[in-house]
Design a protein around this ligand. Structure first.
Ligand code: NAD
Ligand code: LMR
Length: 338
């Protein structure tokens, strides 16, 4: 009996998928930095979404149209176009509802994310200016490091242009959540896909604050194990940078995490309810101007900030340590735009 039922239900599934495709695939997404280590796998994953009608791939390197041609051969509905050079940036962005930015230099061993500020601040500023001109209502996900400063840079450029809507601008911290799920799942023998641990604060070292007391399903660690787990999540980026030995930082896991975040934005845009992601956004919830917390996403970006929730004493100490770091990073970004 199951042999007969299975193919039938599989077909029914496909039919449903096709129906929803024709109804909903009207989102244009631009990836800025699309030819890079993150940009390529991110674009590869986005091409597979039935919710995307147009995938616009922009990078300053000449072979970007080649990356676009390559991805365009995948048999999914999204039309793929490649753009290269600053003179094509605005064309790539025009009409986009979602813009994801993995453009800029990655770390080498021995560097902090803040060491990337000099190289990457102007990249984010220039993209923000173009977005303010041709896609001011797009939902924007900033992957470029240092995220804690790049989001304030983006917001201040939008403010200067009179186009700031802080509900639409996100620092992508999804990789911290992906890592928390992976490491906690591994430590506790749980399926990491089913582990959900909020990570708040910012995206650099001690500003990354995993809330393991709020993990679903609930998990127990001794204080010593807890401190080790928190340190591993906070230092996971550095773990990859060291292991890649000079060849860059996380690209594949970030491509995956960036696609998850982008697809959550797109699902929310397409009217799906209760889409929740943590991200680093303008928020005074912790007494800093920006802070990552769980957010309910909607058609206009942040629908509701779910806040920090109940913290253990240990987590409160972690937040207290994160605050001065985030304040410094935010001030540096804002100062750059002034
Ligand atoms: P990469 O060097 O492999 O790729 C970056 C791409 O950006 C390159 O193709 C480059 O040509 C392009 N680029 C540079 N300047 C540009 C500009 N002005 N406009 C458009 N494109 C431009 O680096 P990567 O490994 O892909 O990392 C990209 C950024 O993402 C780095 O800053 C890295 O630190 C950051 N990152 C963030 C997270 C996170 O969790 N938020 C995780 C990993 C990496
Ligand atoms: C990460 O967390 O992997 C990224 O922020 C890249 C880095 O420099 O660690």
């Amino acid at each position: 009996f199951s042999r007969i039922v299975k193919p039938t239900s599989a077909l029914a599934c496909q039919a449903t998928r096709h129906f929803s495709t024709s109804k909903q695939n009207n989102t244009k997404v631009t990836v800025v930095g699309a030819a890079g280590g993150i940009g390529q796998p991110l674009s590869l994953l986005l091409k597979q979404s039935d919710l995307i009608s147009e995938l616009s791939l922009y990078d300053i390197v000449k072979h970007t149209p080649g990356v676009a041609a390559d991805i365009s051969h995948m048999n999914f509905p999204a039309r793929v176009k490649g753009f290269t050079g600053p003179e094509q940036l605005r064309d790539s962005l025009k009409g986009s509802q979602v813009v994801i930015i993995p453009a800029g230099l990655p770390r080498k061993p021995g560097m902090t994310r803040d060491d990337l500020f000099t190289a990457n601040a102007s990249v984010v500023r220039d993209v923000a200016l173009a977005v303010s001109e041709v896609a001011p209502t797009a939902l924007v996900g900033i992957i470029t490091n240092p995220v804690n400063s790049c989001v304030p840079i983006f917001c201040e450029v939008m403010r200067k242009a009179g186009k700031l809507d802080p509900n639409r601008i996100f620092g992508v911290s999804t990789l911290d959540l992906v890592r928390a799920s992976a490491f906690i799942g591994e430590a506790k023998g749980l399926n990491p896909k089913e582990v959900n641990c909020p990570v708040i604060g910012g995206h650099s070292g001690i500003s990354i604050v995993p809330l393991i007391s709020q993990c679903q399903p609930a998990v127990q660690f001794s204080q010593d194990e807890l401190a080790k787990m928190v340190a591993r999540i906070q230092d996971a980026g550095t773990e990859v940078v060291k292991a890649k030995a000079g060849a860059g930082s996380a690209t594949l896991s970030m491509g995956f995490a960036g696609a998850r975040f982008a697809l959550s934005l797109i699902k929310a845009l397409s009217g799906q309810s209760n889409v929740i992601e943590c991200a680093y956004v303008m928020s005074d919830i912790a007494g800093t101007k920006y802070f990552a917390t769980p957010l309910i996403l909607g058609k206009n970006g942040i629908e509701k900030n779910l806040g920090i929730g109940k913290l253990s004493n240990y987590e409160q100490e972690l937040v207290n340590k994160a605050i001065p770091e985030i304040k410094d990073n935010v001030a540096k970004g804002e100062q750059f735009v002034k």
